[in-house]
Design a protein around this ligand. Structure first.
Ligand SMILES: [Zn+2]
Length: 246
């Protein structure tokens, strides 16, 4: 196999556009195309199929996205958001991270929620976990995986809080799956505790947060019956009055 020739430069510049990107390693386009050819071919077929069904589909999408749903799910490659619930691009606003965690210090996730709620005005937030989640499983083990351990730390706390109940389940698979459900319920609560969601409720905006879980083994997506859609479902200690209200 011929060695790939890389050109290492400290900055990439497009002289025509005046754009620059720092510390980019340029790979000749020909070798990149070989590695991605299958995906490029797939994409062409996919775009053609959609256009055949609705010639205006991409033109409409390019003008506007008006999703009613925000999906918060796991990064796991086996849990593709749109396909599971039979939706097309434009129908779901999506945020994914390892083990579908919602942390109050995560600027990424909070920015997604804020934009979805305040600007796109989604009506539903779907927190979707999945059975057999590797992130949840890692939070229950006594070994290190690296940087990810910190990200998963609040799931370990949840595992500790529920250790006695979980210990009564006969197999590790059942304990992991139950923890996957508990994690979803905790993340639903975390979304409800944000000032973003509570301010939407203060404004009278219709917004529900649902806890759902997906089974990789059978492809079924189900509700965990933990929907919250107003203050009365939150403990008083978590209810926040609007900013500036005495
Ligand atoms: Zn997962």
């Amino acid at each position: 196999m011929a060695a790939k020739k890389f050109k290492l430069i400290s900055a990439w510049r497009d002289p025509d556009e005046g754009l620059s990107v720092t510390n980019l390693r340029i790979i000749p386009e020909a070798s990149l195309m070989n590695e991605l050819q299958d995906l490029l071919d797939n994409n062409e077929r996919w775009a053609d199929a959609i256009k055949q069904e609705d010639p205006e589909f991409f033109a409409k999408l390019a003008r506007q996205q008006t999703p009613e749903y925000l999906w918060i799910g796991c990064s796991d490659a086996r849990v593709p958001a749109n396909e599971i619930v039979g939706m097309l691009p434009g129908d779901l606003f999506v945020h994914r991270n390892v083990a579908n965690v919602v942390l109050h210090t995560d600027l990424n996730c909070l920015s997604v929620i804020q934009y979805a709620v305040d600007v796109l005005k989604v009506k539903h937030i779907l927190v979707t976990g999945h059975y057999g989640c590797g992130g949840v499983r890692a939070s229950m083990q006594d070994r290190q995986f690296g940087l990810i351990d910190g990200w998963l730390r609040t799931i370990r706390d949840l595992y500790y809080e529920n250790r006695d109940v979980l210990a009564q389940l006969p197999t590790e698979e059942e304990r992991v799956d139950r923890m996957c459900e508990l994690n979803v319920i905790q993340q639903v609560a975390n979304v409800g505790h944000t000032s973003i969601v509570q301010n939407a409720w203060h404004r009278g905006q219709s917004l529900s947060i649902h806890g759902c879980i997906y089974g990789i083994k059978d492809g079924r997506w189900k509700s965990l019956n933990t929907t919250i859609s107003g203050f009365e479902q939150l403990p008083p200690q978590y209810r926040l009055r609007p900013l500036g209200e005495a």
